[in-house]
Write a protein that binds this ligand. Sequence first.
Ligand SMILES: Cc1ncc(COP(=O)(O)O)c(C=O)c1O
Length: 448
Amino acid sequence: MEKKVFERPTITKLTPGMPSKHGSGAAIAPIRYIEGLKIDDLLEKYGSPLYIFSESVIRKNIEDLKRSFTVRYPKVQIAWSYKTNYLDAICRIFHQEGSWAEVVSGFEYDKARRNGIPGEHIIFNGPGKTEAELLKAAKEGAYIHIDHFDELFLLAKVCQANNVTARVAIRVNMDVGIYPKWDRFGFNYENGEAWDAINRIMANPQFKFMGLHTHIGTYIMTAEAYRIAASKLSELAAAVAQKFNHYIAYIDMGGGFASRNTLRGAYLSGEDTTPSFDEYADAITSAIINSQIKPDKLPAIILETGRALIDDAGSIAGTVIATKRLTDGRRALIVDVGVNLLFTSFWYDHKINPTQAHSGLVEETVIYGPLCMNIDVIRPSLMFPPLKVGEHFVISRTGAYNNTQWLQFITTRPNVILIDTNRQTHVIRNAETIDSIVSNEQIPDHLK
Ligand SMILES: Cc1ncc(COP(=O)(O)O)c(C=O)c1O
């Protein structure tokens, strides 16, 4: 028999949709309602595009996270990660549910204070705290999470000069089996830096050593990484107890739980791959409970979960501005949601659905935003029905980071609304106007 020529195998993604030997394209189910309210009506009333948040989804997510941890561990505290979404109304829902605030700048700190959070319920993270911010946080009894030695020495100087004591913790980075390692924040565990920082803190009578913190990364798809992190922090806590007879008040596991969004280019959908809160809770609590820390001295667990709590509570609805054919034959839509409003489209293949039923041919489509910029691509490729100019769509799971990392760029930013638990709608951030945007600008006299 003749030997066949070797042909290198290739893996090709099969995209169901176009008519093929497998049949005709799958219809994309419309999403008509959010919390029972018709999306088309909301767009009519509040304008397009429109950010829409659901209060009941936020409350349910917090409850789910709390339940997963509190059934496994005696002391658990959530601290809302302001950078994930610091619209005041959103933060206040978290605070009403008992969350503290986790902030990473003086601006976020002040926002938390304005939202009624006392200093002693604020976790102050971040590598760029100023002298004035450190002094204020120390005086108000916030938990200052020291990021590097220069900050440790600066805080020591601030405390000395003002005769104040500070409640402090350190951020620890470590190898948890995820690469590249996040080692730019905090003190390293493996090379002894974290232990060095702890000893210096314990030697300073103006520091009260309260806890250990880590944030191992974001969208962490394996709960096992948290088990490793929690056991390394527990080892440090046990070593502190042994050497100083000092018991820390908390271990802060940071954020990083994955939301159900699908990462760009991922083969499987986030809905199928994201670990549940129970899985994360199992890994973290069992590592701490099984450590050398005595049961009556167990520290509280603090969670700074961001995206996993808010992503699926937010959506952006919008309108088709134009349709076209690209030179390679693909269909393209230009919509009124640009990447400046949907920053997360750089990382996620967001779920996009029309708001009405469509019977036309589902085919490969590129979705562009309205910006005059080549990078303004909301989805480079998805199977989508033939929406017409003026028709609406909704992009799901957009609640995290888009209302903090958004850019006022080329266009103004639109209204943000909240649907409360009684299905009443509230504008929680007004659409920008040219006046609101230029209000911070100044014109020198010679240009008037
Ligand atoms: C220190 C810290 N905590 C919490 C978070 C929230 O992370 P996530 O949204 O991945 O849960 C972040 C985000 O970068 C962070 O830097």
